[in-house]
Design a protein around this ligand. Structure first.
Ligand code: ADP
Ligand code: MG
Length: 628
C-alpha cells in the first residue's frame, strides 16, 4: 500500500482551524448539527442524481444516517449512504473553505471575545471543520457512488495538514470518525446525542439512527432507534403545529438562535398546489452583508429536497425570508436547469411575494414596535424592491419607515401618513437626503419649511437616493428634493426681485470670482443661515455626488456647477452689500463672499476645498468685527 500523501490546508482554512482548535467552547455540540447536515446533503445529492441515473443508487435506497459511539475508544462515528467522495473531491472539499465571506468571518472571530465565538461559529456554519471543536483527530472514510470508484481515507489533527491514503469501504457513502477530546467525551452518551439531535436536527428528513440497549421482558437487547422526529411540519395544517415547533423548525433552517419575528404558513389549493412555511427573522445574521446575496427558501417536491437555496422562489429583495416550499405540481425529476424560467415556479413566486408583503403590512399596522425593529434590520434590503419589483412597488413604498422633520430622531413616519398630513395647498412631497439625521436637522435647506410648518422627509441610507429616483412620485405627488431647483415663491417675491435688480453687478462679481458656480441669486428659503448651495432641478444632489465619488464614479473636485443662494435678511450678506455699495473693488467683499460660499459647502455636508484659507478668512473677519 502506498504511503499516505500529506497535504497542507489552504491558508484561510489554517487560520480558521487555529481559532477553532484554540477556543473554549460552550456550544461545541453544533459540530454534530454540521456533520448531520453534511450527511443529509450527501444523501439528497445522491437521491437527486439517481432520479436520472438510477444505477448510482445501486439498489440501496434505504437512505439513513447512522451514529456509532464507542465509549472505550472515545470515538463517535457519523455514517451516511449518500453520494460519497472521490480522492480528488476529498482533497478539494476537505482541504479548502470555499464559502464567500470567510476572510471577513476570520477577522470577526479574531476580534470577538472568546465567549461570543461559539455563537458566531454556529451562525456562520463552518461546517465540517466544526468537528475540531470536539475532536483532536478526525478520520474520514468515504467512497463515491460513481461506479468503480475506490474508497479513500482522510485524516487530520486540524493543525495545518491532512493525510490521504487508499482505504476499504463496503458500499458508497461516508464515515466521519471523531477521536473525541478528553473534555468532549460526553458525546459518546446516548442521552447527550439524543438531546443534541432533538435540538438541532429534529426536522432532518432522513432518519438519524443509533443502536441502543433496551430492556424487553427483563432481557437486555440491542435495538436500532431513530433519534429525530423527521416531521415535515410544513405539510401539516396550521392548527396542528405548536408555536414552539415553529420556533424550533425556524432555528434549524436558519441557524438563528432567536425566535422568528413572524411565521407565515400557507397552503395553496386548486389551480396550483403547494405548501410554504416561511419566517421573517427578528435579527439580521451578522454576516448578512458580506455573504453572497443568496435566496433563503428551500424547494421540495413532495417532501424531496430539490434545492437548498432556490433563487427562483423569491426576488432578491426578500432574501432575508427563511423557510421551505413544497410543490406537488413540479415533476420529481426536475433538473436544476428546468427550475429557471419555470412557469410553475413563477406562479408560486408571485403567490409567495404577495403573501409576504401582506404579512409585513399586517405587522406594520398591528405590531408596530416589532415592525419598526424588523425595518431597522432589513428595511435597507426591502427598499431594493422599489426598483426591483414594479408590480409591488406601491405596496413596498407603503411599507417604508422614514424619518421626517416632524419625527424625533429614531422615530418614523411613512409615505401614507405624510400624504394624509399634507396641507391642501402643498403639491409635492418634500424630502432631503444626507448622511446623518443630525446633519439634516441642522441643514439650511429645511429652515424655511420648518418656519412654514411643512414636513420634510429625511433620508439617510446610501440606497435612498436611488430609491427616490426610481419611485419618482407617490399617489400622484411628485417627490421634490429641497436642495434642488428654485423655491416656488422666489420668482414672485417682490423683495427678492428688487434686490436682484439693484445688486445684479454684485451677484455677477461673486459668480466671476468664485469658481464652479452656475449662478448666484437671492432666496427666501433661508431663515437663520446666510447662504446655501443648491443643485439644478435636474442636477445631481451633493449627496449623490459624494456617493458617486465614494464608488469611484466621479473624480474628486469634479463637481457639477452649483447655484449659490444668499439670504437677503442675513446680517453678513447685508454687510457685504454695504461694503460693495461704498466701494465695489473693496477686497473684503470677495473675502466675505468666499466665507459665505465655504459655509454653504460645509452645511451641505461636503468638504471645503481649502480649509486653511477658510479658517484664515473667518479669523480675519472676527478680528475685524471685534475691533480689537
Ligand atoms: P458546506 O456543507 O457548507 O459545503 P462543509 O465544510 O460542511 O461545507 O463541507 C464541505 C464539503 O465537503 C461539502 O460541500 C461536501 O462537498 C463535502 N462533504 C462533507 N461531508 C460530506 C459527506 N458526508 N458526504 C459527502 N460529501 C461531504
Ligand atoms: Mg456543511
Amino acid at each position: 500500500m502506498p504511503t499516505p500523501a500529506t497535504h497542507e490546508f489552504k491558508t484561510e482554512l489554517k487560520q480558521l482551524l487555529d481559532i477553532i482548535v484554540h477556543s473554549l467552547y460552550t456550544k461545541r455540540e453544533i459540530f454534530l448539527r454540521e456533520l448531520i447536515s453534511n450527511a443529509a446533503d450527501a444523501i439528497d445529492k445522491l437521491r437527486f442524481s439517481a432520479l436520472t441515473q438510477p444505477d448510482l443508487a445501486a439498489g440501496d435506497t434505504d437512505y439513513r444516517i447512522h451514529l456509532t459511539a464507542d465509549a472505550a475508544a472515545g470515538t463517535l462515528m457519523i455514517s451516511d449512504n449518500g453520494i460519497g467522495m472521490t480522492r480528488d473531491e476529498v482533497i478539494e472539499n476537505l482541504g479548502t473553505i470555499a464559502r464567500s465571506g470567510t476572510r471577513q468571518f476570520i477577522e470577526t472571530l479574531k476580534a470577538a471575545n472568546a465567549t461570543n465565538r461559539p455563537e458566531l461559529i454556529g451562525q456562520f456554519g463552518v461546517g465540517f471543520y466544526a468537528s475540531f471543536m470536539a475532536a483532536d483527530r478526525v478520520t474520514v472514510i468515504t467512497r463515491s457512488a460513481t461506479p468503480g470508484a475506490a474508497a479513500v481515507k482522510w485524516e487530520s489533527d486540524g493543525q495545518g495538514s491532512f493525510a490521504v491514503e487508499d482505504a476499504q469501504r463496503a458500499g458508497r457513502g461516508t464515515d466521519v470518525i471523531l477521536h473525541l477530546r478528553e473534555d468532549a467525551r460526553d458525546f459518546v452518551q446516548e442521552y447527550r446525542l439524543r438531546q443534541v439531535i432533538r435540538q438541532y436536527s429534529d426536522f432532518i428528513e432522513h432518519p438519524v439512527q443509533m443502536e441502543v440497549e433496551v430492556e424487553r421482558d427483563g432481557k437486555k437487547l440491542k435495538e436500532t432507534q431513530t433519534l429525530n422526529s423527521r416531521k415535515a411540519i410544513w405539510l401539516k395544517g396550521k392548527s396542528e403545529v405548536k408555536p414552539e415547533e415553529y420556533d424550533e423548525f425556524y432555528q434549524q433552517v436558519s441557524r438563528d438562535s432567536e425566535k422568528p419575528a413572524k411565521v407565515i404558513h400557507m397552503a395553496a389549493e386548486g389551480a396550483m398546489e403547494f405548501k410554504a412555511l416561511m419566517f421573517v427573522p427578528a435579527k439580521r445574521p451578522f454576516d448578512f452583508f458580506w455573504r453572497e446575496p443568496k435566496a433563503g427558501l428551500q424547494l421540495y417536491v413532495r417532501r424531496v429536497l430539490i434545492s437548498h437555496e432556490c433563487e427562483e422562489l423569491l426576488p432578491q429583495y426578500l432574501r432575508f425570508i427563511k423557510g421551505v416550499v413544497d410543490s406537488s405540481d413540479l415533476p420529481l425529476n426536475v433538473s436544476r436547469e428546468m427550475l429557471q424560467h419555470n412557469p410553475i415556479l413563477t406562479r408560486i413566486r408571485k403567490n409567495l411575494v404577495n403573501r409576504i408583503v401582506k404579512s409585513l403590512e399586517e405587522m406594520k399596522t398591528e405590531e408596530s414596535e416589532k415592525y419598526t425593529q424588523f425595518f431597522g434590520e432589513f428595511g435597507v434590503i426591502l427598499k431594493e424592491g422599489i426598483s426591483g419589483d414594479f408590480e409591488n412597488r406601491t405596496r413596498i413604498a407603503d411599507l417604508l419607515l422614514i424619518e421626517s422633520t416632524r419625527t424625533e430622531p429614531g422615530k418614523f413616519t411613512s409615505l401614507p401618513d405624510y400624504v394624509k398630513a399634507m396641507p391642501a395647498d402643498q403639491k409635492e412631497i418634500l424630502y432631503l437626503v444626507g448622511e446623518t439625521r443630525e446633519q439634516l436637522d441642522g441643514s439650511p435647506y429645511v429652515e424655511a419649511f420648518r418656519a412654514k410648518n411643512q414636513e420634510v422627509l429625511l433620508f439617510t441610507d446610501p440606497i435612498d437616493e436611488f430609491l427616490i429616483d426610481s419611485l419618482g412620485e407617490y399617489q400622484g405627488k411628485h417627490l421634490k428634493a429641497i436642495d434642488r431647483g428654485q423655491v416656488d415663491s422666489d420668482s414672485s417675491d417682490e423683495k427678492i426681485k428688487t434686490r436682484t435688480t439693484e445688486l445684479k453687478s454684485l451677484l455677477e462679481l461673486i459668480k466671476a470670482k468664485l469658481s464652479g458656480l452656475k449662478e448666484v441669486r437671492y432666496t427666501s428659503r433661508l431663515k437663520d443661515s446666510a447662504a446655501c448651495l443648491v443643485a439644478d432641478e435636474h442636477g445631481m444632489s451633493a449627496h449623490m455626488e459624494r456617493l458617486m465619488k465614494r464608488v469611484g464614479k466621479s473624480e474628486e473636485g469634479q463637481s457639477a456647477p452649483r447655484i449659490l443662494e444668499l439670504n437677503p435678511d442675513h446680517a453678513l450678506v447685508q454687510a457685504m452689500e454695504k461694503l460693495y455699495q461704498k466701494n465695489p473693488t473693496d477686497d473684503r467683499v470677495q473675502e466675505i463672499a468666499a466665507v459665505l460660499h465655504d459655509q454653504a459647502v460645509i452645511a451641505e455636508g461636503s468638504r471645503v476645498s481649502d480649509p486653511a484659507a477658510f479658517a484664515r478668512r473667518v479669523n480675519a473677519l472676527l478680528v475685524n468685527g471685534i475691533g480689537a
